[in-house]
Write a protein that binds this ligand. Structure first.
Ligand SMILES: *Cc1c(COP(=O)(O)O)cnc(C)c1O
Length: 416
């Protein structure tokens, strides 16, 4: 039998027959599970028999989606023995919770994390405000400069973990997974990657031998914007089943059956959604690139992006997230956002509808101008997570919001 395709895994992966033969695994809204006898209970506790005990420790609706996401990240990858890679996933209440479990399972007081600029804001704050109190420090280096990364690792024995996020907010910086992971592993570091923006549809960090992948499942994996969630996936199954599971259970970042159900439901259409998200994004990026009102478009699918080649080497296409700068600066950014009628003004990414935000007046309104600029958040910068609507409708909406700028572009022979 040939290996199942990725789309098939997104639909059927991880499913096991349910005792009442429900077609779709139901929401197991039950905090605890019963035993036939004390002996049965003992067997389940000792893991001699499969079974559930208490939903902070595991739940059937949650297990199904954990198995599915593990299969998606492992898809088509072989381990060092040439066998299909096996991964283990643990679903959490949020992306932040998954990242916390992974970090606290792999690093302790006195050790350091090597990482780069432009991490997700919450992750950056975790490194800045929580971990130092536990005796864990972060060292920040430009991950585009592999020599500098190596020098830094060589010079500091305390560095034990490499934390990668690619592509990253808001300018879609992309760094080389293969180069970085190979270097990190050669110095014995634990290497992990936040794969939220790319998803396993576009990029699989386990191909490059990383140890862990984390996701905010809130974004493209759920895809409908109706549940916060996160997942950590690891290839050291023994460690996942012991140390990481223990941290997950004791830190209390468990997901719940309803959110797991929504995630599983979203994953059934994941591939179709991603195809449309990405093809819409490519068309919108090309349209914006030709528009007079736009100073610059940051989209990995455009050859003008400085990391285009790196991205195309490790991602299937340019993805569904972009940012662009309006020539008119802060006021133009606000005006544009307010004029949109179809695109939704909201933070977050990865929902079926197109989300737009103007960081300078919203998420980063409290950040000093010079600090914002350092992270590429210029006054007129707009971030867009492209949805799966009819692309002509999205372009028409953007177009009317850019009105006032003369000389309309001709896009694909279509005068808008
Ligand atoms: C949203 C996000 C997170 C945090 O996830 P939550 O589900 O909001 O806790 C982490 N990393 C990236 C790249 C994200 O986009």
């Amino acid at each position: 039998m040939h290996d199942k395709g990725f789309e098939t895994i997104c639909i059927h992966g991880g499913h096991s027959e349910e005792s009442n033969r429900a077609h779709i695994t139901p929401v197991y809204a039950s905090s605890t599970f019963t035993f036939d006898s004390t002996e049965h209970a003992a067997d389940v506790f000792l893991e001699k028999k499969d079974g559930y005990i208490y939903s902070r420790w595991g739940n059937p609706t949650i297990s199904e989606v954990e198995r599915k996401v593990a299969m998606m990240e492992a898809y088509g990858i072989k381990n060092s023995a040439g066998e299909p890679l096996l991964l283990k996933a643990l679903l959490h209440s949020s992306g932040m919770s998954a990242i916390t479990t992974m970090l606290l399972s792999n690093i302790k007081a006195g050790e350091k994390i090597i990482t780069h600029y432009s991490l997700y804001g919450g992750t950056q704050e975790l490194l800045d405000k929580i971990l130092p109190d536990l005796g864990i420090e972060a060292v920040i280096v430009d991950f585009h400069n592999i020599e500098a990364v190596e020098e830094t690792i060589k010079a500091d024995d305390a560095i034990s973990l490499m934390y990668i996020e690619t592509p990253a907010n808001p300018t879609l910086q992309c760094i080389d997974l293969n180069e970085l992971s190979t270097l990190g592993k050669s110095y014995g570091l634990t290497v992990c990657a936040d794969n939220t923006f790319a998803t396993p549809y576009l990029q699989q960090p386990f191909k490059y031998d990383v140890d862990y992948v984390m996701h905010s499942t809130t974004k493209f994996l759920n895809g409908h914007g109706n549940a916060i969630g996160g997942i950590v996936i690891g290839k050291d199954i023994e460690k996942m089943n012991t140390i990481v599971t223990k941290k997950h259970r004791l830190l209390g970042g468990n997901s719940n059956a309803f959110d797991a159900f929504l995630l599983n439901n979203g994953l059934r259409t994941f591939c179709l959604r991603m195809e449309r998200h990405c093809s819409n994004a490519q068309k919108i990026a090309e349209y914006l690139n030709a528009h007079e009102a736009i100073e610059k478009v940051n989209y990995l699918g455009l050859p003008s992006h400085p990391d285009h080649n790196t991205a195309m080497g490790q991602m299937k296409n340019g993805g569904a997230i972009m940012s662009f700068e309006l020539k008119g600066g802060y006021e133009a950014g606000k005006e544009f956002t307010d004029k949109l009628k179809l695109c939704v003004n909201a933070v977050s990414v990865g929902t079926a509808d197109t989300l737009v935000s103007h960081p300078a007046s919203t998420t980063h309104v409290g950040v000093k101008h010079k600090d914002r600029i350092k992270f590429g958040i210029t006054n007129g910068l707009i971030r867009m997570s492209v949805g799966i609507e009819t692309v002509e409708d999205l372009i028409a909406d953007i177009d009317q919001a850019l009105e006032g700028y003369k000389s309309k572009p001709i896009y694909n022979g279509l005068l808008l």
